[in-house]
Design a protein around this ligand. Structure first.
Ligand SMILES: Nc1ncnc2c1ncn2[C@@H]1O[C@H](COP(=O)(O)OP(=O)(O)OP(=O)(O)O)[C@@H](O)[C@H]1O
Ligand SMILES: [Mg+2]
Length: 506
């Protein structure tokens, strides 16, 4: 037997961790260890137990069984504060910033007082600026309220906040879900730097390409159990996907045939401009097609989507709905014209956390905007909600369980399910599969395709080129606020799209 002792002591060892919630075994006898100087991916489908395992580590949850050792010493954290002072820093899946506080005050939240130099605001601002700069993060005003920042910047602030505690063990729970390529690359270089300084990093993500690029090992959870720990070198993306979902997979994008375009313009957008972010953009959405809209972060695609839903005031240009000029000045007007939007800011999408999965999916369909039904057939609505929850694989103990008890990805599926069931003719989805596991993605794409086949117009805004290529009949590429190129499915390749989003169409 090889008795050689490893040079690097395991910085973190979790052994036999179990955690039960009412009706759910979130973790069953899970072993997990991470060494100093490695980036260790934690992967698994929505509801597999990833966040729960990290919350046990961080002292948010008490395990029902098992033990945690740091550098060989058994530890027990009855509160998050204790874990933090033992060097465990966690960037949670749900941002924990206080929206009304400034960036600087969020970074130093809870540390302003108490003998440190950080008692005056100017010092706090300077220090926050220094931290962001040291991370290579540019263009964030430390005196801005975090609620006024785009989601990607909020995520970077959150990461800066955790890093300012100088953790020895750093956990990032889906940190790139809201980030586009540029920020993701920045984050990766920050993490590599931290790894080289001996920090143990745990990285949760549903993006396998990212994991292969960044991580040293990966541990796969399925249904609360540890399936396997693998070295990333020598493991393919397909193998990781198979371990995650527990079955063989061929292709996730079953390229559907290009639908016979109906040539009926459901929505026409003419020379739409929004401040400096969108400039003179014109295009049509036809009934029965899926249009993908992509670009680098900030190229105007999000603002465009928001304008179609009446969320942007300072627009100029013209909208025609079924040939008639219409005003889209508020979400209410947009919905009256049959237009719906799922934004990237999922939190404001208004899940009622204390209510069950079923009412959350059906509620919006029962509102006054429902044009057809004079009375509501409750049983039918319930059945539709249950079917939808099942189809998009919402993992929950029961369809009546409060949404607050669902994992992050499963909460997103509920929001998605709610929009998929809304009887609107034009549905706009911004990053529809953000945070959604690889198994459920395929079903969501299938749902979008089905809606298009039923004659709806679907617009998918995403920075994920593979997603855009897989789902769209037509692709609009934005660059610096302008519509730079329109490609049909036949014309579009990953290479052409990459070139176009950089402003160099082939
Ligand atoms: N506070 C809670 N009360 C009840 N059940 C919970 C609670 N937190 C988590 N669960 C359940 O535990 C299981 C594991 O959830 P967890 O959040 O760890 O999943 P996850 O792997 O992080 O998934 P995702 O990729 O969607 O974030 C799920 O079935 C979830 O519904
Ligand atoms: Mg999670």
């Amino acid at each position: 037997m090889n008795m050689q002792v490893s040079v690097h002591p395991a910085t973190l060892e979790m052994r036999g961790i179990s955690k039960q919630f009412p009706g759910v075994t979130a973790l069953a006898d899970v072993d997990f260890s991470v060494q100093s100087g490695e980036i260790h991916a934690l992967i698994g489908q929505n509801g597999a137990g990833k966040s729960t395992l990290m919350k046990v580590l961080a002292g948010v949850y008490q395990p029902d069984g098992g033990e945690i050792r740091i550098d060989g010493q058994a530890v027990r954290f009855s509160q998050p504060r204790m874990a933090l002072s033992s060097g465990i820093g966690v960037v949670y899946q749900d941002l924990s910033l206080v929206p009304k506080l400034t960036v600087a005050n969020n970074i130093f939240l809870g540390r302003e007082a108490g003998g440190s130099i950080l008692v005056d605001q100017a010092a706090i601002n300077r220090e926050a600026m220094r931290i962001l700069e040291s991370l290579g993060v540019k263009g964030i005003d430390v005196q801005a309220r975090t609620m006024d920042l785009p989601l990607a910047q909020q995520q970077l602030v959150e990461i800066a906040k955790v890093l300012s505690h100088q953790p020895r063990i750093l956990v990032l729970d889906e940190p790139t879900a809201a980030l586009a390529e540029e920020e993701t690359a920045l984050l990766m270089s920050i993490l590599r730097g931290l790894r080289d300084r001996g920090i143990a990093i745990i990285y949760i993500s549903h993006r396998f390409k990212e994991i292969i690029k960044l991580c040293d090992r990966a541990t796969v959870l399925r249904n609360g159990q540890r399936v396997k720990t693998v070295e990333i070198i020598g493991t393919t993306e397909a193998e990781l996907i198979e371990l995650t979902i527990g079955e063989k997979v061929d292709t996730f994008f079953k390229h559907h045939d290009v639908r016979a375009a109906t040539r009926t313009a459901a929505l026409e957008v003419e020379t739409l401009s929004i401040g400096r972010s969108v400039r003179e953009v014109s295009f049509q959405l036809q009934a029965g097609e899926i249009v993908g809209v992509t670009g680098l972060l900030g190229a105007g695609q999000n603002e465009l989507a928001r304008a179609l839903f009446g969320l942007t005031m300072e627009t100029s240009g013209l909208f025609r709905r079924n040939g008639q000029v219409v005003r889209l000045r508020s979400p209410k007007e947009a919905i009256q014209h049959g237009i719906g939007l799922l934004t990237e800011q999922r939190k404001t999408e208004g899940l009622v956390m204390t209510l069950g999965v079923r009412p959350n999916i059906t509620l919006p369909s029962l509102t006054a905007f429902r044009r057809r039904a004079l009375f509501v057939d409750g049983r039918r609505e319930n059945q539709r909600a249950a079917d939808m929850a099942q189809r998009i694989r919402v993992k929950t103990a029961s369809i009546e369980s409060p949404v607050s008890t669902l994992s992050g990805g499963n909460q997103q599926k509920v929001i998605l399910g709610k929009w998929l069931l809304r009887d609107l003719d034009i549905l706009i989805f911004v990053s529809p599969t953000q945070g959604i596991d690889v198994g459920a993605k395929a079903e969501i794409y299938a749902q979008l395709t089905e809606l298009a086949e039923a004659g709806k117009s679907i617009m998918v805004v995403s920075e994920d080129l593979i997603e855009i290529l897989g789902i769209s009949d037509r692709i609009l590429v934005m660059f610096h606020g302008r519509l730079l190129q329109t490609l049909s499915r036949a014309e579009a390749t990953e290479e052409r799209l990459s070139a176009a989003i950089q402003g160099n169409p082939l």
